[in-house]
Write a protein that binds this ligand. Structure first.
Ligand code: COA
Length: 256
């Protein structure tokens, strides 16, 4: 158990808070396991009907901890990331995200598996997998082109451009931009609303909304997992991670 993931049960909902502010809530293996434990609790406790995932006041998450990535064996199998990426898309109960500040890497891709997303004006989304010598994960290589079209997906997943809360709403990645003082409270209110509705009806609706994509999503996530795990050991990723930790620009000129 890590105190960098805090969970709180309020009536019929569980609130999951990423809590490692000094490292921008970058996710370690222990933190992925903490989130998966909380999602399992939501799934298995009949008293719980909805969840909220959020960060600290001004930061959602800087994505996977890059130091962890340097020593990681991959994102598949029994790895903490693998467990998280299996658990989240299979959650049958609704999950609401509240985002402010950086939502990088899995901080953005996990939102595609949430049902409602509320963003504060300071939210900044980015999926810098390609610039890190990696490739998309969490089904993002399927879900983003489906949602926003190929051109925009290429801008976000190849150029890895950052985008803000307004654009996230325009693209359908977030529902609404909400003042920084209110975005977490609104997400909790929406989760409470969901928790008051007929629970089976909500679960079946969620299942049906996602059913059409199930096979394709499973196939692409397996492909992403294989590439990602292999590329994590590659020279391009090593250069990108070292550059980040040494606070310099990466140099990919030697690669073909
Ligand atoms: N892994 C490990 N440490 C991270 C991290 C990450 N993903 N993101 C931030 N940190 C650490 C920084 O190294 C720094 O640590 P230090 O104070 O010991 O030097 C601390 O968190 C604060 O980060 P900093 O970069 O100074 O904050 P910022 O507000 O200027 O920028 C980000 C915030 C999120 C834009 C920037 O930290 C960033 O780009 N992080 C990397 C994101 C990333 O590539 N994630 C992986 C996606 S797969």
């Amino acid at each position: 158990m890590t105190d960098q993931i805090r969970t709180e049960v309020q009536g019929n909902i569980i609130i999951i808070r990423l809590n490692r502010a000094d490292k921008k809530n970058a996710l370690t293996g222990d933190m992925y396991n903490g989130i998966s434990d909380a999602l399992d609790q939501l799934e298995n406790d009949p008293g719980l009907r909805a969840g909220v995932i959020t960060g600290t006041e001004d930061c959602f998450t800087a994505g996977n901890d890059l130091v962890d990535f340097l020593n990681s064996s991959g994102i598949g199998g029994e790895s903490p990331v693998g467990r998280f990426l299996r658990t989240l898309p299979h959650l049958s109960k609704p999950l609401v995200a509240a985002v402010n500040g950086p939502a990088v890497g899995v901080g953005t891709t996990m939102l595609m598996h949430c049902d409602l997303v509320y963003a504060a004006p300071g939210a900044k989304f980015q999926m810098p997998f390609a610039t890190l010598g990696l490739c998309p994960e969490a089904g993002s290589s399927l879900l983003f082109p489906q949602l926003i079209g190929y051109r925009k997906a290429a801008r976000l997943l190849m150029l890895c451009e950052m985008f803000g809360a307004e654009e996230a709403v325009e693209m359908g990645i977030a529902n609404e931009v909400v003042a920084a003082e209110e975005y977490q409270a609104l997400a909790i209110t929406k989760a409470e609303q969901l928790a008051k509705l007929p629970p089976r009806s909500i679960r079946v609706t969620k299942q049906l909304l996602r059913k059409g994509n199930e096979e394709q999503l499973r196939a692409i996530m397996k492909l992403e997992e294989d590439y990602f795990t292999e590329m994590l050991q590659g020279a391009e990723a090593k250069e990108a991670f070292s550059a980040f930790l040494e606070k310099r620009k990466p140099d990919f000129s030697q690669f073909s």
